[in-house]
Design a binder for this molecule. Structure first.
Ligand code: DLZ
Length: 255
C-alpha cells in the first residue's frame, strides 16, 4: 500500500508541475520542470523496484484446487514442498485408536508434500501430559525443523482434563517460543469419544492439516533464520547459538 501511494504521489506531483511550468518564455527549462522530471523518475523507480521480502517463501503461492477446498480449508495450496524438512513426531499411547489415526493423517500429509521417510523422527510417550517435555527434547536435538505432537484428551467427570489441557497447551507454546523450533499442537481436546472419532477419521482427519502446517512452519523457520535452500532476507536479530544450558542438555541427553 505504501508503495502504491508513493509512486502515485510522485507521478501526480510531477504531472502537475509539468503541466503548469514546462519552459520559460525564453525557452529555458524552468526549475519546477526539473523537479517534476526528478519526481517522475523517482515515481517510476519506486514502482519498478521490488519491495524487500521479509519473511518468505514459506507460504506456497496459494494455488488451491477448488475441488480440494472441502478438505483443504486452511488453503495450504498444492505446491507445499517438504523435501528439505526434518520432522520430529511425538505421539501418546493414551487413546491409541484415535491417536494412531491422527498419526496416519500426519504421515499422509508429509508424504504428499514430499517429506523423506529418513527425515522423520518418531517417538511415543504415555500421555498428553508428557508431550511438552518430549517435544522439548526433540526441539533441542538439532535434528528437527519442526516438532509435531499428537494426542487426544477426552473430558471425564473430574477436573483432570482441564488441568492437563491447559498445562499441555501452555507447555507446547512455551517450547516453540523458547527454542524457535515450531511445535504443532496436534492434541484433540474433546468432550466425547464420538467427537474424537469425527475429527480423526477420513477427510476430517485433523492430522492431515497438522502435517501440512508442520511443513509450512518448518519452511518458515528455515527461511526466517536463513537456513537451508529457502533462505530469506529477514534480518537476524536473535542469537542462534545454543545457550550454555542448552549445550549441556544436548550433551547430557545424547542429542
Ligand atoms: C490420566 C489421563 C487421563 C485421565 N486422561 C487422559 C487422556 O484423555 N488423554 C491423554 O493423553 N492422557 C490422559 N491421561 C494421562 C496423562 O496425560 C499422563 O500421562 C499421566 O497423568 C501421567 O503423567
Amino acid at each position: 500500500m505504501r508503495r502504491v501511494l508513493n509512486y502515485r504521489h510522485h507521478l501526480f506531483y510531477s504531472f502537475l508541475l509539468l503541466f503548469f511550468s514546462p519552459v520559460s518564455p525564453k525557452g529555458m527549462v524552468r526549475l519546477p520542470t526539473i523537479v517534476a522530471v526528478a519526481c517522475l523518475l523517482q515515481g517510476i523507480a519506486a514502482f519498478v523496484t521490488p519491495r524487500p521480502v521479509l519473511l518468505s517463501p514459506a507460504r506456497p503461492s496459494m494455488r488451491v484446487n477448488p475441488l480440494m477446498m472441502s478438505k483443504d480449508l486452511v488453503g495450504f495450496g498444492d505446491d507445499l514442498d517438504g523435501s528439505t524438512c526434518r520432522i520430529g513426531i511425538v505421539k501418546t499411547r493414551w487413546n491409541p485408536e484415535i491417536v494412531d489415526s491422527l498419526y496416519e493423517g500426519v504421515r499422509a500429509a508429509l508424504n504428499e508434500t514430499g517429506v523423506k521417510d529418513e527425515n522423520v523422527y518418531d517417538t511415543t510417550v504415555p500421555g498428553s501430559f508428557e508431550l511438552p517435555l518430549a517435544a522439548r527434547f526433540l526441539a533441542l536435538s538439532r535434528q528437527c525443523d519442526v516438532v509435531i505432537t499428537i494426542g487426544c484428551l477426552i473430558k471425564g467427570e473430574t477436573m483432570h482434563f482441564e488441568y492437563i489441557a491447559e498445562a499441555v497447551t501452555k507447555g507446547l507454546m512455551d517450547i516453540q517460543l523458547q527454542t524457535t523450533i515450531p511445535v504443532i499442537f496436534g492434541v484433540l481436546t474433546v468432550l466425547t469419544e464420538e467427537q474424537a472419532v469425527a475429527r480423526s477419521k477420513g477427510e476430517n482427519n485433523h492430522g492431515i492439516s497438522w502435517g501440512k502446517t508442520a511443513v509450512e512452519m518448518a519452511l518458515l523457520r528455515n527461511a526466517a533464520l536463513a537456513k537451508g535452500p529457502n533462505r530469506a532476507t529477514l534480518p537476524l536479530t536473535e542469537k542462534l547459538e545454543d545457550t550454555p544450558e542448552e549445550k549441556k542438555q544436548s550433551k547430557q541427553f545424547g542429542f
